[in-house]
Design a protein around this ligand. Structure first.
Ligand code: AGP
Length: 606
């Protein structure tokens, strides 16, 4: 998830770009760069490190006066963190910046190399620049139309053509681009936070349409150059809320970023409807030889493992154990060269998870990590890495990182099933299609916010509450409980619903809230019985179900109904509901949602 900005007008473009990148820095901050028009052509200055580092470099290296340019702050996906991999990238007459992932960049690179054209960086973005330059016929619109047919994946591009100084051409597919015009010029960015200094009236560039920015206007066209009128929007919040994109907290922003994060994580690993780890450099050999799988992590990351265990064991019938990393590392675990250890970590720096990884490697295990931060310790020390592409997660409570971890562990399960010949291509394609559908399901559930905000008030006076579920719903109960506890400070416990009668149900008395998950078809009837048991003892019940079930109104105070989902994928939807419940419970108590007491975003100590 990168930050991009373009400007052309009357102002000092370098100042506009650098200031814009500063407001966009939360979207990615491992390197940054700008390119701008000078009398001698397009000049690029880019550096590894934060925007401040770039700012100082620009001050040192450029006295140019310029009124047109593009800027980028990077969250590395393809290619390590380095000056040469940072954006903008130039190929011939084309200079561009990019937010997203080009899925077919390797095939495109191979084609270019047959023409003797080799990239100098390790990025998919440079390949895109080379492709566009290769297609360039002197007409930017025609060129972009042809490129849009060739480039596959998620992208938001800002492109400058050397022959057209003062003009910026933009197109997107999946990755966000918003633009607006003011008396001083035209501005476009990946997030409205970078526009509001200049205008609060903006539009979202529709996908596969081209925005042409000139100093006094923005023209939106279809790929044939026919002018279009995008819907204009208005920003209602002030600049102080800017970095949060108008949201009150990063956590809410990151909850809403989940469709983009899921798209950026899943799409590059699906080729012709099949799971594909080629880009990740992970071969099926990693899976064929293992006869035991251990998933280790902490907190929410470990909870993602609980969900992954269910899918992996269903598909390949190999035992999977999910370990709390801080326990695993001192348990003298049974691990050998036939063991595959999967570590899950958003930060890639959690001390206990890193220690678990090192211990398993010492004992001969092969290791795969699912990590969000490129080049982090756990990523570097694993044999293989499956990066999630959620972009930086600022709020302490993990939300988008969790759902993309689920996506990665599911893709791993699918790949394992192919490697071990446990499944037909048709069955895999059906699973992949269900995984892709979770993106639209999450988008639908994001619209439940007002309903859930109202329901969450049921917890205003709660001191203790229970999350109950069976199977995958128990795994989700664990995640819902930690989310609620860590930001609202309400004590809660996650309980396997069938276990309640073995002691805990003695705690269920009048109005004790129970958040019951009943999305799993094969245990639905049993789960409803458990809900009746707590209801009959006076519990206040919030019931989360899949679509298509009829529930007796007396059974619960509130029912939250997911869109119709294959229940193996219901965790993606239920997770968003649980995130909302925790968020609104904490907001209702006036707490600092992003920085809850006693906690840190990454626990790099034991
Ligand atoms: C989750 O909301 C918490 N912030 C915490 O449990 C977190 O998941 C855990 O500390 C693991 O962090 P990691 O994913 O960076 O390893």
């Amino acid at each position: 998830m990168c930050g991009i900005i373009g400007f052309t007008g009357k102002l000092d473009a370098k100042e506009v770009l650098l200031e814009g990148l500063k407001t966009l820095e939360y979207r990615g901050y491992d390197s940054a760069g700008i390119a701008f028009v000078t009398d001698g052509g397009i000049k690029t200055i880019k550096r590894k490190g934060k925007v401040d580092n770039l700012y100082n470099t620009v001050k040192e290296e450029s006295n140019d006066v310029t009124t047109c340019g593009i800027g980028h702050t990077r969250w590395a996906t393809h290619g390590g963190v380095s000056d040469i991999n940072s954006h903008p990238h130039t190929a011939g007459k084309v200079t561009l910046i990019h937010n997203g992932i080009i899925e077919n960049y390797q095939e495109l690179q191979a084609e270019l190399e047959t023409k003797g054209k080799k990239p100098i960086s390790q990025t998919d973005t440079e390949i895109a620049a080379m492709v566009i330059n290769d297609l360039y016929d002197g007409n930017p619109i025609n060129t972009i139309k042809k490129a849009d047919e060739v480039l596959h994946g998620a992208y938001g591009f800002c492109i400058m053509f050397e022959d057209f100084p003062g003009e910026i051409y933009c197109i997107r597919n999946g990755s966000p681009l918003v633009a607006g015009i003011c008396d001083d010029g035209a501005v476009i960015a990946s997030d409205v936070v970078a526009l509001i200094k200049y205008t609060k009236d903006y539009f979202v560039l529709p996908e596969h349409q081209i925005a042409k920015l000139t100093p006094d206007k923005i023209t939106v066209m279809d790929l044939d150059g026919n002018e279009l009128c995008p819907e204009m929007l208005h920003v209602s919040w002030d600049i102080a809320a800017a970095r949060k994109g108008g949201y009150d907290y990063f956590m809410l922003k990151e909850i809403h970023e989940q469709p983009e994060a899921l798209r950026n994580t899943i799409l590059p690993r699906v080729k012709n409807g099949m799971p594909d780890f080629t880009t990740d450099g992970i071969s099926d050999d990693l899976f064929t030889d293992c006869n035991r799988i251990i998933i280790a992590g902490c907190g929410t990351a470990m909870h993602a493992g609980l969900v992954g265990k269910n899918m992996i064991e269903k598909l390949i019938r190999v035992p999977v154990s999910v370990e709390i990393a801080s326990e695993f590392r001192y348990a003298d675990p049974i691990v050998d060269e036939k063991t595959l250890l999967i570590t899950i970590s958003q930060s890639g720096e959690t001390a206990d998870t890193l220690a678990a990884l090192r211990l398993a490697k010492e004992k001969g295990a092969k290791t795969l990590s699912i990590v969000n931060v490129k080049g982090s310790s756990i990523a570097r020390e694993s044999d293989y890495v499956l990066y999630t592409h959620a972009g930086p997660e600022i709020a302490v409570a993990s939300t988008k990182a969790y759902t993309v971890q689920l996506a990665c562990i599911y893709l791993t399960a699918f790949r394992m099933a192919i490697a071990k010949k446990c499944i037909s291509d048709a069955e895999v394609k059906e699973l992949v299609a269900c995984l892709m559908k979770t993106i639209e399901d999450v988008e639908k559930i994001l619209k439940y916010d007002k309903q859930i905000e109202t329901i969450a008030h049921m917890l205003d006076k709660a001191e203790d509450l229970f999350f109950i579920g069976r199977g995958l719903d128990y795994a989700l109960s664990c995640e819902g409980s930690i989310k609620l506890k860590e930001i609202s400070y309400i004590h809660s416990e996650a309980y396997a619903a069938g276990e309640l009668k073995h002691g805990t149900i003695s705690l269920i008395t009048d109005n004790v809230p129970c958040i019951a998950l009943a999305t799993q078809e094969h245990v639905y009837a049993k789960m409803i019985s458990n809900v009746q048991e707590v209801r009959s003892r006076g519990a206040g019940v919030i019931l989360i179900t899949n679509a298509g079930v009829t529930v007796d109104a007396a059974l619960c105070d509130h029912q939250i109904i997911l869109p119709k989902m294959d229940d193996r994928f219901a965790p993606f939807g239920a997770a968003v509901v649980l995130q909302y419940i925790a968020y609104y419970a904490a907001v209702s108590r006036g707490l600092n949602v992003d920085q809850p007491r006693n906690l840190a975003k990454s626990v790099t100590v034991e």
